[in-house]
Design a protein around this ligand. Structure first.
Ligand code: PLP
Length: 392
């Protein structure tokens, strides 16, 4: 028996597992220490009323012979597919019902989508970026080319003549930098992909945080994207579903590579390896797209955006270089005096009890930076700002 050798090429730990270990160690050494968690990008507000009402009603339905649901459709229930279609339509993007595939999280969807790819593809991933794109391709043994996201390019890498990439992961708004592509910039990627027969995997997990009206929420707002892009989105960060789990993938029906239809392949993959998001959860997810649900999303996202504003003004006052916080729940800031990401992470944790995420964990270009999340209470965020002021 032989194990997958490519697991040896992974870093020893998933980034957030290392952070948890460090936090556990400090808790053990100093049991009473006050910690403010701004590390892992997990939401803190409870599910909204319309979501919990829909979930409760679905539970009651499931307790009746007529309302019981066993295995669901592989693609997701029509009521949710139509709710998602309505959401896109409001933004001017027309989707057919069978272009949408419900999942149990954008982590699962983005990580598993590589099942469809030959090992012999060059994968382009931004550096720094959400580690799952990189790690899932390392696990498959696929060559990866890094797209440098730096202060010089506003953390928004663009294609150039020298790039050779078959599969391109784009995350906008970006985790961790909060940078968001403009329509013109995304068009450059779409043109590159169409010219080179490449495929864009566009992760829109944070689209609900976009505040600037001219920024695209979906890659399908860009002409030509239907021939070269797949979009991933999640209810985790807009509706508090991190522990509830629902997501969707959009694959245009016209999207083909090597004469094969990608939607059909994904459905084939899902029907073999996935038995669907629970009916009860899909009912809750559909409630997110209702009129009331969308009002609740605005208020939930608005609450976190206020925290982001607090952090941004603390950094501005301190004269610290930072990005994000405007179209994203993340603030990406530079450690003082050339300190390393992990060095300043340790000091923030040990000296003032603020848990951050070291930028180096997202890629080599993240070295010297750290990420803070706005997922917290106003009170804790205010306190974190005071503690940051002490550190700088
Ligand atoms: N995509 C990005 C860019 C993320 O930052 C995250 C979570 O932090 C995910 C996907 C995963 O989301 P989900 O909870 O839907 O698996």
């Amino acid at each position: 028996m032989k194990l997958n050798p490519y697991y040896d090429d992974l870093k020893q730990n998933y980034l957030f597992a290392t952070i948890e270990e460090k936090v556990a160690a400090i808790k053990e050494a100093h049991p009473g220490k006050s910690l403010i968690y701004m590390g892992i990008g997990d939401v803190t507000l409870p599910l909204s009323d319309s979501v919990t009402a829909a979930i409760k009603a679905a539970c009651d339905e499931m307790a009746t012979p007529a309302g019981f649901h066993g295995y669901g459709p592989y693609r997701g229930y029509d009521f949710l597919l139509d709710a998602i279609r309505g959401y896109y339509k409001a933004r001017g993007v027309e989707l057919a019902r069978d272009e949408i595939y419900v999942g149990d999280g954008a982590k699962t969807d983005t990580a598993c989508f590589s099942d469809l790819f030959d090992r012999d593809n060059v994968v382009a991933v931004a550096d720094p970026v959400y580690p799952v794109y990189f790690d899932s391709n390392v696990m498959d043994g696929r060559p990866i080319t890094l797209l440098a996201a730096t202060r010089e390019n506003d953390f928004l890498p663009l294609p150039d003549e020298s790039l050779r990439a078959d599969v391109i992961y784009l995350c906008s708004p970006s985790n961790p930098t909060g940078a968001v592509y403009s329509k013109e910039q995304l068009k450059l990627w779409v043109d590159y992909a169409n010219a080179h027969d490449a495929l864009i995997l566009f992760d829109a997990a944070y689209e609900a945080y976009i505040t600037q009206d001219d920024k695209p929420h979906s890659i399908f707002e860009i002409e030509g994207a239907r021939n070269c892009a797949v979009e991933f989105c999640s209810l985790s960060k807009n509706a508090g579903f991190t522990g509830t789990r629902a997501s969707y993938v959009v694959i245009p029906n016209v999207l083909e590579r090597g004469g094969k239809n990608l939607g059909k392949l994904w459905l084939r993959r899902q029907s073999t390896k996935f038995n669907g998001t629970p009916y009860i959860i899909q009912r809750g997810a559909a409630a997110v797209f209702s009129e009331e649900g969308q009002r609740e999303v605005l208020s939930m996202v608005g609450y976190y955006q206020e925290n982001a504003r607090m952090l941004a003004s603390a950094f501005t006052e301190l004269g610290v270089y930072f990005t994000g916080g405007v179209n994203s729940p993340y603030l990406w800031f530079e450690a003082p005096n050339g300190e390393t990401s992990w060095g300043f992470f340790d000091r923030l944790l040990n000296e003032v009890g603020v848990v951050s995420t070291p930028g180096a964990g997202f890629g080599v270009n993240g070295e010297g930076f750290l990420r803070l999340t706005a997922f917290n209470t106003h009170e804790n965020t205010k306190e974190a700002c005071e503690r940051l002021k002490k550190m700088f």
